[in-house]
Design a protein around this ligand. Structure first.
Ligand SMILES: Cc1cc2nc3c(=O)[nH]c(=O)nc-3n(C[C@H](O)[C@H](O)[C@H](O)COP(=O)(O)OP(=O)(O)OC[C@H]3O[C@@H](n4cnc5c(N)ncnc54)[C@H](O)[C@@H]3O)c2cc1C
Length: 380
């Protein structure tokens, strides 16, 4: 007999794993379908760590969502007995009138997030591994830190399954369609139907969402692990520096031997996420090399290893969370534009709200399709 489900989650990476968990937790008989394995390295949720912070320079309206995201990460840790979040603090540095410093101070001020604006002398004394520029401002967010990215995905899935969720891995969704009150999902192995569909397909969102009136583009993003020559790298904060040649970020050492570094700005467009170039090229390394030379101490300029990840960009670099413009029973989260992971916990909850109740009390209105002039299928 064919198994029936109340909802299907298409793609069980960062956001899909969280949606699977929140749906299952609320008693929905849910199935996740994933092209690869659990917490794999072929999409956008791999590479050991992701920064989490609240002084959100990209837009202050994200901060209320972040309050809830932190609560949910703590809840998931309590439920699973695993540490997922490390509160290391985050050092922001850049021009005093640059978007990072101004935006972080504005978001923090508006929403009561603790940040410490440091003098250059204090910053140099407290963070001797960073070489701040003479005319830079430095802001510390002490309650920021990092999430262990693969552990978060795996834990959401594990807890979803404990609550009764089903999962099909190594199965690719080819297409979906709506027939009456049911959504029919065709995979490379069969057809499955349910009244609701959640699309969380990451770099494949453009192809999986069909016509939503907004185009998404994918960028290739290399990450590098560099040797460090002092154990002090274990004890420092995560960091994000706005520099004249780009924005760069990194993490304290997780293994005591290397640190992970990457450039947030830039990125080469990807035509097909399945065949993204995973090689290591000098042109990728050059900006990171320069950042190390100018801004960090006791870090080898040559990487020990690298990985390649993808950003899925919306036109304004803000998320897209909504119901499908043509089908109210299809909800989606997409276009997370390289800064979404910290939100997966709360967006999973929002996607569950939209699926179960058709609405959410979380303030995600600014992330809807309407800002691009497209109305979702539930709009009056
Ligand atoms: C290098 C890098 C650094 C980042 N740093 C940060 C950071 O510090 N802080 C932060 O908050 N965010 C950060 N981000 C962004 C964040 O990691 C992403 O926004 C987030 O992980 C995206 O999750 P996702 O669920 O959209 O994509 P994914 O995790 O890739 O999940 C999509 C899933 O859908 C599956 N799928 C797609 N199509 C199909 C199909 N047809 N059939 C079945 N399965 C399918 C894929 O296999 C995949 O598992 C970073 C991203 C990158 C690449």
């Amino acid at each position: 007999m064919t198994k029936t489900y109340d909802a299907i989650v298409l793609g069980v990476g960062g956001f899909g794993s969280a949606a699977l968990f929140h749906l299952a937790r609320r008693g929905v008989n849910v199935l996740g379908i994933e092209r690869f394995g659990i917490a794999h390295d072929r999409g956008s949720s791999h590479g050991e760590t992701r920064i989490i912070r609240k002084a959100y320079f990209e837009h202050p309206d994200y901060v209320p969502l972040l309050h809830r995201a932190y609560e949910l990460w703590r809840e998931l840790e309590a439920l699973s007995g695993k540490q997922l979040y490390w509160e290391t603090g985050l050092v922001l540095s850049g021009p005093p009138r640059g978007e990072t410093i101004i935006g972080a101070l504005e978001a923090a001020g508006r929403h009561g997030v603790r940040v410490d604006a440091m003098t250059l002398a204090d910053a140099r004394e407290r963070f001797p591994l960073f070489a701040f520029a003479e005319d830079d401002a430095v802001v510390l967010e002490p309650e920021a830190g990092y999430l262990k990215v693969e552990d978060c995905v795996a834990t959401h899935i594990e807890q979803a399954q404990r609550q009764g969720a089903s999962l099909l891995t190594n199965q690719t969704v080819r297409s979906w369609s709506v027939a009456g009150s049911r959504v029919r999902v065709v995979t490379d192995k069969g057809t499955i139907e349910a009244p609701h569909l959640v699309i969380a397909a990451g770099a494949w969102s453009g192809a999986m969402l069909g016509r939503i009136g907004v185009s998404l583009s994918v960028l290739r993003k290399p990450l590098f692990w560099h040797d460090v020559s002092t154990p002090d790298w274990r004890e420092t904060s995560a960091f994000y520096f706005e520099r004249p040649h780009g924005a760069f970020y990194g993490f304290p050492s997780v293994d005591g031997q290397t640190i992970k570094l990457a450039e947030h700005s830039g990125g080469v467009p990807v035509d097909d996420p399945l065949t993204v170039d995973r090689g290591r090229h000098d042109v990728d390394l050059a900006p990171v090399h320069r950042f190390i030379t100018e801004s960090l101490r006791h870090v080898s300029p040559q990487p020990r290893r690298h990985a390649v990840c993808m950003y899925t960009m919306s036109p304004d670099a803000h998320f897209l969370i909504d119901r499908h413009p043509e089908y109210p029973q299809v909800v989606f989260g997409a276009g997370f534009s390289g800064h979404g992971f910290k939100f997966t916990s709360v967006v999973g909850e929002v996607l569950a709200d939209l699926t179960i109740e058709g609405q959410t009390s979380r303030p995600v209105g600014f992330l809807g399709l309407e800002r691009f002039g497209t109305r979702n299928a539930g709009s009056n």
